[in-house]
Design a binder for this molecule. Structure first.
Ligand code: ADP
Ligand code: G6P
Length: 355
């Protein structure tokens, strides 16, 4: 028996370079759906998959066709499409979308080898995260919604230093070299996918501090495509107008350099978009409710839900700036999209039954 239309899996694509906040974003997203995602029980401890009641997140590194040695021998990076099996990626995402379980390979990040596959059952929501969710046209067409995390080079560098130097003992020179080595393939194969994204979270150095190169204070832009089915962009004050807002003052505590927010229509790769921007950081998370109350179309279920989510995960990176805020907002929009898709299918099934 095949699944009824209502049960069909909703597929979300999340693209970004590695070390750009995908796992943090996934933790925020699954929390919005009301459950923490965990690795499959009793399976390969090096599995890259995360499973919660509603959502399964698979890592597209699992579709590497060349393992670490294979890439070395052929002189290709993991970013190169030649190191990845898009036919299998397409087949398996399609099968899951159609309600059929698959045996998905596992790329072992520790050994650099391909491990025996794991069984993935069709979830309500499937997130495919990694370097190439929007690269192959067939896979792209399966996506109900897509997101690109666009971390500027300066910021990527700052984050890498923090992680690889502090936590993994790499030298500054080796971090610089590895970023430089990835850059040509990143520009050729990863970056162009952002033109297909329904939402892009762009992370840039602040403009509030002249010549800042610390990468701590961030300017974050949420670019939302217009005309996407089941997705109504968030707006500040008045939909479609252009607004600049400095919320710091009596109701929002801001230390140097403060917060500057803006909103307005724009074009992105020739397409109409709305852009919500936040430069700077907030000092007190509980006061975020003040910012939240000025935003509309948030798809919250109750007043203050964005602030509640942010408070709940105040220990996640980016919780005091636009990265955490916009990730949380996109999470709420995805929940809304999912609920609308399910509702429209139920309505269609009822119609069909009547006819
Ligand atoms: P990915 O899953 O894409 O590899 P992670 O979510 O694990 O990325 O983040 C990698 C590292 O980047 C984190 O450990 C943290 O140091 C840094 N990072 C990620 N997101 C942010 C953020 N919003 N603000 C500051 N640092 C961040
Ligand atoms: C994964 C990551 C890549 C990373 C690679 C390591 O595939 O997604 O971003 O570059 O592992 O590759 P390496 O060839 O250094 O093992």
């Amino acid at each position: 028996i095949s699944c009824s239309a209502e049960d069909k899996t909703v597929v979300i694509g999340l693209a970004a370079d590695s070390g750009c906040g995908k796992s943090t974003f996934m933790r925020r997203l699954t929390s919005v759906f009301g459950g923490a995602a965990e690795p499959p029980r009793g399976g390969n401890p090096d599995s890259n998959t995360l499973i919660s009641d509603t959502t399964t997140v698979i890592c597209l590194d699992d579709y590497h066709s060349l393992d670490r040695t294979g890439r070395k021998e052929k002189g290709v990076t993991a970013l190169d499409p030649k190191a990845n099996d898009f036919d299998l990626m397409y087949e398996q995402v399609k099968a899951l979308k159609d309600g059929t379980a698959v045996d998905k390979p596992i790329y072992n990040h520790v050994s650099g080898l391909l491990d025996p596959p794991e069984l993935i059952k069709p979830p309500k929501i499937l997130v495919i995260e990694g370097l190439h969710p929007m690269y192959d046209e067939r896979v792209r067409d399966l996506l109900d919604f897509s997101i690109y995390l666009d971390i500027s080079n300066e910021v990527k560098f700052a984050w890498k230093i923090q992680r690889d130097m502090a936590e993994r003992g790499h030298s500054l020179e080796s971090i610089k070299a590895s970023i430089e080595a990835r850059k040509p393939d990143f520009d050729a194969y990863i970056d162009p996918q952002k033109q297909y994204a329904d939402a892009v979270i762009e992370v840039l150095p602040t403009q509030l501090i002249p010549d800042d190169n610390e990468g701590k204070v961030l300017r974050v832009r949420l670019i939302m495509k217009e005309g996407v089915k089941f997705f109504n962009p968030v707006y500040l004050f008045d939909e479609g107008s252009t607004i600049s807002w400095i919320p710091c003052g009596r109701k929002l505590t801001c230390s140097y350099p403060g917060i500057k927010s803006s909103y307005g229509p724009d074009t992105y790769y020739g397409q109409e978009v709305s852009v919500l921007e936040m430069d700077g950081q907030f000092d007190r998370l509980d006061e975020l409710i003040y910012v939240e109350s000025h935003l509309s179309n948030l798809s919250t279920k109750f007043y203050g839900e964005v602030t509640q989510q942010m408070l709940k995960h105040s220990d996640f990176p980016g919780s005091n700036n636009g990265t955490g805020l916009f990730q949380t907002i996109v999470g709420l929009k995805i929940r809304d999209l999912y609920e609308q898709i399910v509702a429209s299918r139920t309505a269609a099934t009822l119609e069909a039954a009547k006819a």
